[in-house]
Design a protein around this ligand. Sequence first.
Ligand code: SF4
Length: 454
Amino acid sequence: MSSLLLNERKDQVMIKTENSGSISCEKTSLAGSVSQRACVFCGSRVVLYPVADALHIVHGPIGCASFTWDIRGSLSSGPELHRLSFSTDLQEKDVIYGGEKKLESALEKLIAEHKPKAAFVFATCITGIIGDDIGAVCKKVSDKVGIQVIPVHSEGFKGTKKDGYKAACDALAKIVGTGDTSNVPKLSINILGEFNLAGEAWLIQNYYERMGIEVVSIMTGDGRVEKIAKSHGASLNVVQCSGSLTYLAKHMEKEYGIPHMRVSYFGIEDMSKALYDVADFFSDYPEVREKAEKVVSEEISKIMPEITKYRQALSGKRAAVYVGGAFKAFSLIKALRLIGMSVVVAGSQTGNKSDYEQLKMLCDPGCVILDDSNPLELSNFVIEKGADLFIGGVKERPIAYKIGIGFCDHNHERKIGLAGYEGMINFFKEVYSSVMSPVWKFVPRKFGTLREVI
Ligand code: SF4
């Protein structure tokens, strides 16, 4: 195990062996460890951001809003109000005298100007510390303007990014159940935890529609307030990125009796399973399963020849994977195996005990598994394990480039669709061009240990 590992973090890192025990997780980040995790507010912002006809206003200093401005590559088929980042830009005077009046006036002005279908008001560290009652302001403005103005209790300091997901789900739950469900058919689902990065939600929706299933609402990709409002009429919630929307799925199960299932749309195996699992849920309609089989076989036959080509070029290469939710890591490991690549470092920001148990089962012996890691640990293990590629988000990109290896963006900022069958080919193309790029001939790649190379 790395000598650069802080003592207090040793139980959050393990190497897969026959006898490796369990990893410690689901705790707040160690102070001073420079965790790769984002704050509670950021967790809420990434979940709610794609609701395109809502006003999103950040009640806090301007830095919180600029940090999360246009934070996802989420596309909209209509309005694009979500792409504007509004903030109350709190100053010292507001910190002393309170920012409630400023928030009220900003909300009234913005709602009059942009005519949103609803408004989300995000709390930040500062508003939590000064104690502004954003709930009271939201209610007052809502009564006055006649749309839902919803407080998002996402004070940055109050927990981990996961608490932000929960605050976002609480906000969505206030919209769910307010719409008319009379025209929602029995063969219907909601897609939860899909954010329409580069149009991915449209691809997935198309597969389900070809199976004869209506998608009532996607939360939150290409999101619309009206569709979220009637989502309680669907027969099933299909949850991807389970960390972020499971709270809402469980709430809808309890309140409206809608069951939920966990899926992944990444990788041929998981994508096909997602379609078959939904078809099997509607087992009273055997034609749905037949249509699912048709979709799967048509889509796979289109991409198989290309996969064979990438497998020949990339077989034997090694990857490091560090992502937000562990569920994505499972799919990545399986997808990379399909082209002959192995994962030598795997970790997540928000995985839970059962996620890490599953990750351990999936990984090859010797793989380093990490929870809530930091740049020093990641750099060290990536060098030690001789990875050829780092797959992660915006904060992992510089780590890869400093080591002199390829990087593949698999986070919410990306502009290339990686979900579904088409997305699989886009992903392999990305992996291929990153790993095989001639640029690595001119950048000295670091080998050995971090101590030896710095
Ligand atoms: S909410 Fe707090 S931690 Fe998050 S961006 Fe704002 S100041 Fe930073």
